[in-house]
Design a protein around this ligand. Structure first.
Ligand SMILES: *Cc1c(COP(=O)(O)O)cnc(C)c1O
Length: 373
């Protein structure tokens, strides 16, 4: 160990063993590496239409005010969210992305003596926030790529302080029924907080038997925390803004550990504007539904299987190692997401793009598969 590496031994135990989150490859990085110019990124479940016009106008309007601190209480955005969901604004917690809410809840409830329960193939941030505070992760094997709620309930002990559930789940796109979820939450001991991560909730079709109504459960469950985001359907991933919905008591706890100005002025006003831009949201949902069909049809034509998805991405089963296919796609200027870290080495996760992006991806994939077959 040289003098500089010694510093690692001073970090808290969980952090010493922590493997950082690996994000989708940025377009600029691939440009630098391969000198390509026409690059398509279908790797991070971003909105292929970009932000809406109202959000962009709001951002422009805040620029002259940037010398001032943002409103640390996020008053206007909280009120708009409370109105939208018929809640009190004391039930909303704003975060620097909903990722921050996941981190706040871990910091507020977990210690090295405690456990967090989540599913195999669930969102990669759950193990990170759990380990960062030195708590133990209890990973429950997935059922048909989704959460096995019965097994997760059995994994809850008196040491369990948090259960993370992603619905729809990333990267698998699986959706739990509302009936099974409410049953789970009713059965959960009140010593355990249930984090219901609904980052993709806007994409869930209301006509599904599963149309989401988790907010209705808040009145019975002070230990329920729902998280949602402006990063996906609202097209504001670069600004970092998401929120938690909970009992006022839960929100009070999260508010104690957050930084005083955790949401920047651009994000606060852009999110507020985006909430009123129903046209952009509806267009996003329509483009997503059409793109999902286009990709699924393409997979069918290529003889590939996929996991039916309720989100804005789809997991395709290549029946062979995904990484070489991912790398071959990169060389053709298409960035998708390898999911080996999710214990899915033969799959790739494809974010739904515009019609043209989806077509370019499908043609590149067909070429690559024709070569390797
Ligand atoms: C994208 C995503 C999030 C949140 O992202 P933020 O940009 O931090 O709001 C949370 N959970 C899941 C499952 C996601 O896929």
């Amino acid at each position: 160990m040289n003098n500089f590496d010694k510093i690692y031994s001073l970090a808290v135990a969980g952090v010493q063993r922590l493997i950082p989150y690996k994000a989708g490859k940025p377009i600029e990085e691939l440009e630098r590496e391969l000198g390509l110019t026409q690059i398509i990124k279908l790797a991070s479940n971003e909105n292929p239409l970009g932000p809406g016009k109202k959000a962009l106008e709001a951002i422009a309007s805040v620029l002259p005010e940037l010398a001032l601190y943002p409103d640390g209480s996020g008053f206007l955005l909280k009120q708009a969210l409370a109105d939208k969901y018929s809640l009190d604004d004391s039930q909303i917690t704003l975060g620097n992305g909903s990722n921050e809410i996941l981190e706040l809840v871990a910091r507020a409830f977990l210690t090295p003596e405690h456990e967090a329960v989540f599913s195999q193939h669930a969102f990669a941030v759950y193990p990170i926030v759990t380990q960062a505070v030195g708590a133990s992760a209890v990973v429950v094997p997935a059922l048909n790529y989704g959460h096995d709620l019965d097994a997760m309930l059995l994994a809850v002990t008196e040491k369990t302080r948090l259960v993370f559930i992603a619905n729809p789940n990333n990267p698998t796109g699986t959706l739990l029924s509302q009936a099974s979820l409410v049953q789970f939450i009713n059965a959960l001991p009140d010593t355990c907080v249930c984090v219901l991560d609904e980052a993709y909730f806007e994409f869930v079709n209301d006509n599904d038997v599963a149309g989401i109504n988790s907010i209705a459960w808040l009145s019975d469950h002070p230990n329920l925390l729902i998280t949602r985001t402006f990063s996906k359907a609202y097209g504001l991933a670069g600004l970092r803004i998401g929120y938690g919905i909970s009992s006022p008591q839960m929100a009070d706890i999260l508010n104690r550990v957050r930084q005083p100005f955790n949401n920047n002025s651009l994000a606060l006003l852009a999110a507020l504007a985006a909430l009123s831009d129903d046209e952009h949201l509806q267009q996003t949902i329509t483009v997503n539904a059409q793109g999902m069909q286009q990709l699924v049809d393409g997979f069918k034509a290529l003889g590939l299987e996929w996991v039916p998805s309720a989100g804005n991405f789809v997991l395709v089963d290549l029946k062979q190692a995904g990484l070489p296919i991912y790398e071959a796609l990169l060389r053709k200027g298409v960035i998708v997401r390898p999911v080996g870290v999710y214990e899915l080495p033969n799959h790739l996760r494809i974010s739904i793009g515009t019609k043209i992006e989806n077509q370019v991806f499908l043609e590149a994939l067909a070429d690559i598969l024709a070569d390797v077959r």
